[in-house]
Structure formats: structure tokens, C-alpha cells
Design a protein around this ligand. Structure first.
Ligand SMILES: [Zn+2]
Length: 246
């Protein structure tokens, strides 16, 4: 039984000398999956252009022996505007790599797909700062995968307002008074704490609708990244590349 599903192409891998393309897609129906696209690299191939990186397409797939095979692909949205800007492209590729690691598998991925599509759209239009989009994508994908910091209150004294220091390994926060004896905390302004609380509790359709001053956005972005890397205990080539062109 073929599977027909909307999908964002989050990785494409073209092997030298082969006309086939191998892709990783974030699909609405089945989450992250790998597939091959026969003859995708032939000039006349329609499915070729619809299965390139950062394309949102309707895919028809059949299950092969070891992986899925794309038998038809119709593009719905190609994020051309991201391909012409090195910084935006680098960040978009990081979003894709993150989705490939944290996205659902063998189950529906409506929320993750909407998150990625909205983030790529806003990245392209420039309506939101890249650092803000990055923090939202990181934290919402982490939440989907079961990771969430506890930003409710200082873990020692219970203080809830003001700036905090995030402990990246535990995901707990300490107020400035209580953090004096540790060295691992990442400083968060009061605005950054409030924004982070918002982005782990807000409804999906409002998640990008906040703004932050640079004084709070930069600490939020830095802490979000440190927390993510600590949770996953790994790095990302696309993230390193983003920082190299940022
Ligand atoms: Zn405290």
C-alpha cells in the first residue's frame, strides 16, 4: 500500500556516479524517514526537483526491502529565498539536522512539520531574528522529544522573579544569590527567563509571536543552545557551520 504524505526534505545525499538520490524527509504521516528517489538526478526528472533539500512536497512512497522508495513527488513550496543567503541557509540546514535527530519516527509529525515550515518561512521573510527562531526551534523540538528545563523557580530558595542562572546538565535554575557557589550556570536576564517560560508553554499557533530586546535575546539563544547540546551530549556540523558564517 503506497504512502502519500506531505513532507519537508531535510537531507539529500547524492552519490557520485548514481542517478538516484537518497533523502531524509520529515513526513506528516510517518515522521522522519529515509528514502531513495530513482533517477532523481536525470535532467528531465520531475521528482528530482521536488526532492531537493528545503523543499516541501507531496510524496508518494512505497516500502522497499530496506528503505522507502519515492515513486512520485510534487513540490508545494520551495524555500528558494533561503538558498541565496549563506547565513539563512546555514541556519535552515541546522533546523533540518535537528529535526532529523529529534523528530518523531514511525508516527505522525504534524507539530514538528508545522514548526519547521513556519520557522523557515519567517527566516526567509526576515520577520523574526534568526536567534529567536533558533531558540524556538531548539526548545520545541526538544520538548517533543521529552527534554524540558524547569524554569519555574530557583531550585534552592524558590525565588521566581528576576534573572536566573541555568544549569545546563540538570535543566534547573538558580537565582543570582544561590548561584554564587557554582561555576556552571548560564546567565539569563529576567526577560530571557520569561521568554523561555513562554516558549515551552505557549500554544503552537502563537509560538513565534513574541519579541525580545537584544539584551535578553542573546542570553536566551546562548542558553538554549548550551542546554540542547548538554541534553543530547553531541554536536552538530551544521551548527558549527552556522556559527562560522554568523
Ligand atoms: Zn535562590
Amino acid at each position: 500500500m503506497p504512502l502519500k504524505t506531505d513532507a519537508l526534505i531535510i537531507r539529500e545525499n547524492n552519490r557520485i556516479g548514481e542517478s538516484d538520490r537518497f533523502i531524509t524527509a520529515l513526513t506528516r504521516e510517518r515522521g522522519v524517514l529515509q528514502a531513495s528517489v530513482r533517477g532523481a538526478r536525470k535532467v528531465s526528472s520531475r521528482s528530482g526537483s521536488a526532492t531537493s533539500l528545503l523543499t516541501y512536497a507531496t510524496l508518494t512512497l512505497t516500502e522497499g526491502k530496506s528503505k522507502w522508495i519515492v515513486t512520485d513527488a510534487k513540490p508545494q513550496r520551495v524555500f528558494f529565498e533561503l538558498r541565496d543567503d549563506m547565513k539563512k541557509l546555514a541556519l535552515a540546514q541546522y533546523f533540518c539536522e535537528l529535526a532529523g535527530v529529534l523528530g518523531p519516527r514511525e508516527e505522525r509529525a504534524d507539530a514538528a512539520l508545522r514548526l519547521l515550515l513556519n520557522a523557515l518561512h519567517l527566516l526567509g521573510t526576515g520577520e523574526r531574528e534568526p536567534a529567536l527562531l533558533k531558540a524556538v526551534v531548539e526548545q520545541r523540538l526538544l520538548m517533543e522529544a521529552g527534554y524540558c528545563p524547569d524554569l519555574h523557580a530557583c531550585r534552592r530558595c524558590g525565588k521566581q522573579d528576576g534573572g536566573m542562572f541555568l544549569q545546563p546538565l540538570s535543566g534547573l535554575v538558580l537565582c543570582p544569590d544561590c548561584s554564587l557557589t557554582t561555576t556552571e550556570g548560564i546567565p539569563l536576564t529576567a526577560g530571557a527567563v520569561a521568554a523561555w517560560r513562554w516558549l515551552i508553554t505557549a500554544d503552537e499557533d502563537k509560538i513565534f509571536s513574541f519579541r525580545l530586546s537584544p539584551e535578553s535575546l542573546l542570553p536566551l539563544a546562548a542558553a538554549s543552545e548550551r542546554f540542547l547540546l548538554a541534553c543530547l551530549n553531541r554536536g552538530f556540523n551544521t551548527l558549527d557551520f552556522y556559527h562560522s558564517v554568523e
